[in-house]
Design a protein around this ligand. Structure first.
Ligand SMILES: Cc1cc2nc3c(=O)[nH]c(=O)nc-3n(C[C@H](O)[C@H](O)[C@H](O)COP(=O)(O)O)c2cc1C
Length: 297
C-alpha cells in the first residue's frame, strides 16, 4: 500500500520507540542473564524470530533464507516463527527446527487453513497461529500473492484452538478488545503488531502494550511484540512496557542475506548482548523482573 509520509506507521513507530530513554542504576547491580521462559520452556533470550515468508536462496547456498534462520534459532535456543508457505516448505522447516510456530494466513479457502494447521500438527510443530492483520486490503478482503483472504470470527478461531490442541498465537493484535477476545478464546500468545505498517496511523505496538498487559493480567497468554525492533535496547523497551518477548524481522535480513546461518547467529547474539548490558546498567538481573521504572517516556 502507498502512504503519505506522515501516515506511515513504520515512521511513527520508530519515532515513538526512539523517544523512550533509560536512566542508569549501577550501584548494587550485577551482570544480568537473558535466559527466560516462554510457553513453559526455557530459552536463551526473550527474543523470537519473525513469522517470515518468501525469502530467497541467497548466493546459491544450500538452504533458503527461511530454513537458514530456523536453523540459527535452533542453534541459539530461540523460539522460531514462520509465515505463509505451502506444506512442503513447512515440513522442511519443522525438520530443521521443531520448535517452530507456524503462522497460517486467513485464507478464504478455509479448507487450506485447516489443512496447513493439521499438517503442522502432524510434523510436530511447536504451535500454530494466524496473522489476522492480513484479512483486509484496500479493495475489500486482501489478496496475498494471488490468494484471497477472508474474515475470521471468534467461533472460527476457537475452533482452530479446539481442533488442533496446539498452543495458538494470534498475530496482528493492536487493541485491548482483540487481546481480550484472544484470551477468552483460549489463545496461548498474541503478537502485538501492525505488520510493518499495513494500517496507516497504526498505534506503535509499544504504545499500546501497557494497556494490553493490564487487560491480560492473570491470564495465561504470552505477549510478543514486533514492528521496527532492531536492537537489544528496543527489546528491553518492549519488555519494560509489558511484553514477554520481542520478534526482530527486517533488521535481521541484511545479516541473513549476507552470511546465512552464522550471520543470523551473530546478529541475535549481538541483540542478546546489548539486552544484557542494558539490563545490567538499569539494575535488572532477569528479563521477567524488568518493569518501566527505568524508562523516561
Ligand atoms: C519478507 C517478509 C515476509 C513476511 N511474511 C509474513 C508472513 O508470511 N506472515 C506474517 O504473519 N507476517 C509476515 N511478515 C511480517 C513480519 O512477521 C513482521 O510482522 C513485520 O515485518 C514487522 O516486524 P519487523 O519490523 O521486525 O520486520 C513478513 C515480513 C517480511 C518483511
Amino acid at each position: 500500500m502507498e502512504y503519505t509520509r506522515i501516515s506511515d506507521a513504520n515512521v511513527i513507530t520508530k519515532q515513538y520507540m526512539d523517544s523512550i530513554l533509560f536512566e542508569q542504576r549501577l550501584i548494587d547491580s550485577k551482570v544480568a542473564s537473558t535466559e527466560c521462559e516462554l510457553f513453559g520452556e526455557k530459552w536463551s533470550m526473550p527474543v523470537v524470530t519473525p513469522a517470515f515468508s518468501h525469502l530467497g536462496n541467497y548466493s546459491g547456498r544450500e538452504l533458503n533464507g527461511l530454513e537458514e534462520y530456523s536453523q540459527a534459532a535452533r542453534d541459539l535456543n530461540m523460539l522460531n516463527f514462520c509465515g505463509m508457505m505451502e506444506n512442503d516448505m513447512f515440513g522442511r522447516i519443522a525438520k530443521i527446527n521443531p520448535k517452530t510456530i507456524r503462522i497460517v494466513k486467513p485464507y478464504a479457502d478455509n479448507g487450506k487453513v485447516r489443512d496447513q494447521m493439521e499438517y503442522a500438527k502432524e510434523v510436530g510443530a511447536f504451535g500454530i497461529g494466524m496473522d489476522i492483520d492480513h484479512i483486509f486490503g484496500e479493495t475489500g478482503y486482501d489478496v496475498v500473492i494471488g490468494e484471497e483472504m477472508a474474515a475470521q470470527s471468534s467461533e472460527m478461531i476457537a475452533s482452530y484452538i479446539e481442533t488442533y490442541k496446539l498452543p495458538f498465537t494470534v498475530k496482528g493484535v493492536l487493541s485491548v478488545e482483540d487481546a481480550v477476545k484472544c484470551a477468552e478464546l483460549g489463545a496461548k500468545a498474541i503478537i502485538v503488531s501492525h505488520h510493518h505498517g499495513r494500517l496507516p496511523y497504526a498505534i506503535p505496538p509499544m504504545m499500546i502494550l501497557p494497556e494490553i498487559k493490564e487487560a491480560l493480567a492473570g491470564k495465561d497468554v504470552e505477549i510478543i511484540v514486533d514492528c521496527g525492533i532492531e536492537s537489544g535496547s528496543d527489546v528491553y523497551k518492549a519488555l519494560a512496557l509489558g511484553a514477554d518477548a520481542a520478534a526482530l524481522g527486517r533488521s535481521m535480513l541484511p545479516s541473513l542475506e549476507k552470511d546465512g546461518v552464522p550471520g543470523v547467529e551473530k546478529f541475535f547474539t549481538k541483540v542478546k548482548d546489548e539486552l544484557r548490558f542494558v539490563m545490567s546498567a538499569t539494575g535488572f538481573e532477569k528479563p521477567e523482573q524488568i518493569d518501566d521504572s527505568a524508562l523516561y517516556l
